[in-house]
Design a binder for this molecule. Sequence first.
Ligand SMILES: *[C@@H]1O[C@H](CO)[C@@H](O)[C@H](O)[C@H]1NC(C)=O
Ligand SMILES: *[C@@H]1O[C@H](CO)[C@@H](O)[C@H](O)[C@H]1NC(C)=O
Ligand SMILES: *[C@@H]1O[C@H](CO)[C@@H](O)[C@H](O)[C@H]1NC(C)=O
Ligand SMILES: *[C@@H]1O[C@H](CO)[C@@H](O)[C@H](O)[C@H]1NC(C)=O
Length: 373
Amino acid sequence: MACLNTLVRLIIFLVAGGIVRSSLADDTPVTPVIGVLVQEVYKDGLISRHFEGITSYIAASYVKYLEGAGARVVPIWIGRNRTYYDQLLVKINGVLLPGGATWFNQSGGYADAGEYLIQGAMELNDRGVFMPIWGTCLGMELLIFKMANEVETRIDCSSQGQSLPLEFKLDYKESRLFASASDNIITIHSKENVTYNWHKFCYTEEDFSKYGLNESWRVMSVSHDWNNIEFISTVEHRIYPFYGVQFHPEKPLYEFTKASIPHTSASILSGQYFANFFVNEARRNLQKYSNTVDLDLVLIYNFKPEYTSVLGSSYTQQYLFSDGDMGIGDGDDDDDGTSYYPYPNNDDGAATQFCTKTSFLLIITVAVSRWLS
Ligand SMILES: *[C@@H]1O[C@H](CO)[C@@H](O)[C@H](O)[C@H]1NC(C)=O
Ligand SMILES: *[C@@H]1O[C@H](CO)[C@@H](O)[C@H](O)[C@H]1NC(C)=O
Ligand SMILES: *[C@@H]1O[C@H](CO)[C@@H](O)[C@H](O)[C@H]1NC(C)=O
Ligand SMILES: *[C@@H]1O[C@H](CO)[C@@H](O)[C@H](O)[C@H]1NC(C)=O
């Protein structure tokens, strides 16, 4: 471990020093980096039963969803203080609050972290920094709940495993989300069952009016659940670049765990439309990590997704994290948890030898390449 760690640090040192030419020089144009919030796992749930010490996860479909639109992903940890979220928000270009299943009253989890992110993003936008947030399903619910100062206006609703069209409001074209949608995109959403729903809570237009939420949010579409209850399916904030969808645009693209998930070409176009829209919003934010090494160390590539649907999960693949990964609790990660090397923690002879040889070769290679240039 120590040896591989040293090797990694050596490479990083060389890259940082500009000795090894990186294809990602600091003056390259900003490519969108989106923070995806992790979510707490259930203490006695499927993940806890199969993996030791795992406290949070991201369904890999959210990562692929953003990657498919040209973004890179940084996991955002739960359980950290406001400073952590504020420091992160000045480096990334957007935030995605994924769906899932957790209560908003659970302290130190998804809802608290979401609150810090939403507050931080509002403050940045107020200062003229364009910082978009996307909320999917539970993420949309949290976005609306937090911006309503925690007034709970969700109602029970029954839309598990339901593929639905969007019933557009008359003025949907005035929204940012659909202003530049092609006729084909509008047609498939209004006529075909392309949006996949899996939720037991929802918001209604009636309550939005009752609680004044219609003043701050624009409702672009509604849909109807199994009991014919009309619920809000897409919203955007009237001032902030915040978006919410009650359905799961990432599932037709990347989840194969339920027969009810549509995988028609129209449902794929639908998912890609929303991913492209949000990543394009993130492109308007020009922030970046001060150097590529800092970014390299926090990107999701430092982790490997597990194939969890074979264990019975409703996600095909999941990224799983421990408190140590997240820099909280008494995890054994170094520094402040912002860097993570996913290498095996065995310092046996073979590894050491491999390391010494590799370091040696690396130094030779660098020396030769410097000499040649
Ligand atoms: C926030 O947590 C970090 C460690 O992650 C710590 O260094 C810092 O002092 C904390 N800040 C506040 C304001 O508590
Ligand atoms: C959170 O809310 C749920 C639903 O109302 C409730 O069952 C649960 O006990 C609450 N948990 C805490 C920690 O208050
Ligand atoms: C959409 O699904 C409903 C059942 O939920 C079905 O009645 C309808 O025909 C479907 N529409 C299309 C275009 O497939
Ligand atoms: C919000 O709803 C209220 C009550 O129905 C209505 O008077 C008001 O005009 C609505 N505001 C917007 C911006 O639509």
